[in-house]
Design a protein around this ligand. Structure first.
Ligand SMILES: [Zn+2]
Length: 160
């Protein structure tokens, strides 16, 4: 069973008996709507398992803190827009649905790579950051500007 341990008017963070936490929509959110604005509790120069990358060398600890329980999916329903500093719904999200984002949309190289078990038909398996994605995964997903810049740099080097 799950217990609500944190959240706000639009997000519930639920924790189960195994200590696993996840964020679900507390109310229905329409496609394109902002689920939550976010900021930095702290900015670090290197990533850790809790940080979100917002620039080439900036990794933030999220504020409000409960946003750190938004887990990864290869078929995400929200996008962390690190330019606008807002979490935006990629599609209609009914109340009670888990909200998840595609970690490589913000992370170039992750501190802790892991094998994804999201179960989506689009699942890419090993999640290690945008640096490790194949052309198919790059085409299917949305990315932040600092990731697009790195991808463009890589193409420029290849073209040399
Ligand atoms: Zn997956």
């Amino acid at each position: 069973m799950e217990v609500r341990v944190a959240g706000d008017a639009r997000i519930d963070v639920l924790k189960n008996n195994d200590g696993y936490s996840r964020a679900v929509a507390a109310v229905a959110i329409g496609e394109g709507e902002v689920l939550a604005p976010f900021g930095a509790r702290e900015t670090l120069a290197t990533p850790n398992y809790l940080t979100v990358q917002t620039g080439p060398e900036t990794h933030i600890l999220l504020s409000p803190e409960h946003l750190q329980y938004i887990n990864h999916s290869c078929d995400p329903n929200v996008f962390f827009d690190t330019t606008r500093m807002e979490i935006v719904a990629l599609r209609d999200i009914p109340a009670g649905e888990e909200v998840r984002f595609f970690y490589p949309s913000t992370e170039w190289t992750m501190d802790r790579a892991f094998d994804c078990l999201c179960g989506s038909s689009a699942c890419i398996g090993r999640i290690a950051g945008a640096d490790q994605l194949d052309a198919d995964a790059l085409q299917r997903n949305a990315f932040n500007q600092h990731i697009l810049d790195r991808l463009a740099e890589r193409l420029a080097v290849l073209a040399d």
